[in-house]
Design a protein around this ligand. Structure first.
Ligand code: 5GP
Ligand code: MG
Length: 178
């Protein structure tokens, strides 16, 4: 589908399912090479990155573990500023190679706060892989370690990303029509 309607808004296809699938293979390969023998702990940020995490996990061939953190930062189409942690991490992070799995980095506010929280548990190494990254929206000089796709400073849905709770189910990424 090239155009979808989510809630009351129209979105156009921006990254196809095929492009996503190909990139997932490349990202998993990076993890397989970088973390071989290190038993990394993948820390998936819910809810947005559930689909990304699932697809990525299926292509990871090395020994690894997975845990989740649930946060909320967006209301509608605008970034909220303050990040609410709804479900913290329980797995032992101390001395582990931790890779945070995010859906999208917009202003960078959310990831900075997550980074700060996780750092407190003294991981051996802490890196971030984000499916999407909006370099133009960044408010700090923070840069994710690994990025699926760089996108423009617009609003996206699909592949786990929602517009007010809807649209997460689409297998590609869609951009808000002007
Ligand atoms: P930041 O704190 O970097 O400004 O925002 C990050 C969070 O806002 C993401 O984890 C995501 O939940 C949400 N977000 C940012 N940009 C978009 C977007 O284009 N579409 C959707 N659906 N969520 C977004
Ligand atoms: Mg998110």
């Amino acid at each position: 589908m090239k155009i979808i309607k989510v809630h009351n808004k129209q979105f156009q296809v921006h990254i196809t399912k095929e492009q996503v699938d190909n990139r997932i293979i490349e990202l998993a390969e990076i993890i397989n090479k970088t973390y071989s023998g290190k038993n990394p702990l993948l820390l998936s940020i819910l809810s947005g990155s559930f689909m990304f995490t699932s697809d990525l996990m299926k292509k990871i061939t090395i020994d690894c573990e997975l845990t989740f953190m649930r946060i909320k930062s967006y209301a509608g189409l605008k970034s909220g500023g303050d990040v609410k942690i709804l479900m913290g991490v329980s797995e032992e992070i101390n001395d582990r190679h931790v890779l945070v799995i995010e859906d999208i980095i917009d202003t960078g506010n959310t990831i900075q706060q997550i980074f700060h929280q996780v750092k407190k548990y003294n991981p051996k190494d802490l890196k971030v892989m984000s499916f999407l990254f909006k370099p133009e929206a960044m408010k700090t000089d923070y840069k994710p370690d690994y990025v699926g796709f760089e996108v423009e400073n617009k609003f996206f849905v699909g592949y786990g990303l929602d517009y007010d709770g809807h649209g997460r189910n689409h297998p590609g990424v869609y951009i808000l029509s002007e």
